[in-house]
Design a protein. Structure first.
Length: 301
């Protein structure tokens, strides 16, 4: 009897020998290759059984995080993102596995290591090309930026067909905007945050040139530094794994995103260390980090 269970025990030991990063990579690899194949999900699974099995097991062993959120508006935005149904409306983003970027307590650690060589190179290229950034809190300027976004993003593209018109973000959340040497906006990023959690509600470039591509890496680093300064430890991409284009999988890998399952804690938490967070410290950070804001302190919620 013991002999018959030996192969099973061997398999279980083999499975347990892998860490969270491995299983997260299995799931990410499955979705990336599925998008590259342009096949329907059922046909892709049939023709890639080993890859699919590894992803299925990987989902079972995905790292799990618990989000303690308050009842503020930004917290509700994060809850809505994690609770959004995916895969034919059957699974929530939090259960399926969200793409999450760990935010270090010391933001200087984010760009360290061999895995971030591309990030560092792109950031240097962006700064050399004259890319700058600014925190935008003025409602009138936010409206102008959203109008430019509407003009750039065609109404029939995926991001617009999903019901995004972004009129609901005026006067809310944390705005980080990248600008070219001519002062024109290159990229708009909007991140609601609450306690240790934040989401990429919007991260869109207003062009497809090299400087726009490099700006994506530079602004990501800036966002990480701003969020780290505010006590945030996890940044969620609101795009579900099954909906993320193949090109963005590569981009996210270079940035350090990983697939994790996230559950929302039932008990409420009222801000980081029990206190509501404002952007007062962020305003000081913006000034020290060479970003500028045209208005005073604004609550990011």
């Amino acid at each position: 009897m013991l002999i018959s269970f030996a192969p099973i025990a061997l398999v279980l030991r083999r499975i347990n020998s892998f860490d969270d990063e491995y299983w997260s990579g299995c799931v990410a690899d499955f979705w990336k290759k599925h998008k590259e194949s342009n096949l329907r999900i059922r046909y892709f699974i049939i023709t890639n059984l080993i890859l699919s099995l590894r992803a299925f097991i990987g989902h079972v062993f995905l790292p799990r995080l618990t989000a303690k959120l308050s009842s503020c508006e930004s917290a509700q935005e994060i809850k809505d993102a994690l609770g959004r149904k995916t895969i034919f409306g059957l699974l929530t983003l939090g259960f399926l596995g969200a793409c999450v970027l760990p935010i270090p307590a010391n933001s200087m650690n984010y760009s360290e290591g061999s895995s971030k060589q591309t990030l560092r190179r792109k950031v240097r290229a962006a700064r050399k090309a004259g890319v700058t950034w600014r925190s935008v809190t003025d409602r009138a300027e936010q409206i102008v930026l959203i109008n430019k976004l509407h003009n750039f993003v065609p109404s029939k593209t995926r991001i617009r067909l999903e019901g995004n018109d972004w009129s609901d973000v005026i006067g809310k959340y944390l705005w980080t905007v990248g600008f070219g040497p001519d002062g024109e906006p290159l990229l708009i990023a909007i991140t609601p945050y609450d306690g240790e959690w934040a989401t990429l509600h919007l991260f869109v470039t207003l062009g497809e040139t090299k400087i726009h591509s490099d700006a994506r890496y530079y602004i990501t680093q800036v966002i990480v530094e701003r969020l780290s300064n505010l006590g945030v430890r996890h940044l969620i991409n609101t795009d579900s794994a099954d909906n993320l284009p193949a090109g963005l999988w590569h981009f996210q890998k270079m940035l350090g995103f990983r697939v994790v399952r996230v559950r929302i804690a039932r008990n409420r938490s009222y801000g980081y260390f029990g206190k509501p967070i404002t952007t007062l410290s962020d305003e000081k950070f913006v000034q020290n980090r060479n970003g500028t804001s045209r208005t005073g302190v604004l609550r990011a919620r």
